[in-house]
Design a protein around this ligand. Structure first.
Ligand SMILES: [Fe+2]
Ligand SMILES: [Fe+2]
Length: 227
């Protein structure tokens, strides 16, 4: 167990759980098979690190840091069974796996965050849910386009947008109450307008989630402030 896991007891339990690591590996293969962007361990790690970064920056207590790290790490595990209902399935399975291992109050918050992270189902009921949404919806990166899909960037706008993103940073000002997503995109691969074509709804979820936390959400692409 490393230092991070020691500092976060719930996350420590989750990282050691063989079912979770198996399903994350499986989610990777399923989404690869479906020609989607990467949804395995790397996405889980990126989203959980970013969610923790947000939690620390906005001053969440240690318990909420542990909860957000855990929920973010597991938010996509349901993908191994169904893409459409992955948020509900993942959430329900967590109860089966952890009902005797995690306090029910903590598990409830994690389950809500997992169930609420996707699309129209998004209902913000707790700061942990809001932080998971911002971390997940802001994960746009070149590395998420799997090797077998690189050819597809010519025809698939989602792959093109991810492939064009060469830098992705989040800057949080707790004084000004602003969460800023800073992206560098290669406009030879994807013009900024195309980015907006599919990312308007994602950015809207980030905006609503930031507002839930009492923050303004801002988007800067190639040094242009767009939101
Ligand atoms: Fe998801
Ligand atoms: Fe995700």
């Amino acid at each position: 167990m490393n230092n991070e896991q020691n500092a976060f007891p719930i996350f420590g339990l989750i990282k050691e759980n063989n079912i979770i690591s198996t399903w994350l590996r499986n989610s990777y293969f399923i989404t690869k098979e479906m020609s989607l962007t990467e949804h395995g361990l790397k996405h889980a790690e990126f989203v959980s690190n970013r969610a923790l970064e947000i939690a620390k920056a906005i001053g969440s207590d240690k318990r909420n840091q542990d909860l957000v790290l855990s929920a973010a790490y597991m938010h996509d595990i349901g993908n191994f069974l169904s893409r459409t209902y992955h948020h509900y399935l993942g959430s329900m399975f967590l109860f089966e796996i952890f009902k005797d291992k995690i306090d029910i109050k903590d598990l409830t918050i994690i389950m809500q965050a997992v169930a609420n992270h996707d699309k129209e189902e998004m209902k913000l009921v707790h700061p942990v849910s809001a932080m998971v949404v911002i971390a997940d919806k802001s994960d746009v990166r070149r590395e998420r386009v799997l090797e077998n899909n690189i050819e597809k960037i010519k025809t698939d706008i989602h792959d093109r947008v991810n492939y064009s993103t060469i830098e992705n940073k989040m800057v949080i000002s707790s004084d000004k109450k602003i969460i800023t997503l800073k992206l560098k995109i290669d406009t030879q691969v994807c013009p900024v307008m195309e980015y907006f074509e599919i990312f308007t709804s994602r950015m809207n979820y980030c905006r609503l989630s930031a507002e839930y936390l009492g923050y303004h959400f801002s988007l800067i692409i190639n040094d242009f402030k767009l939101l």
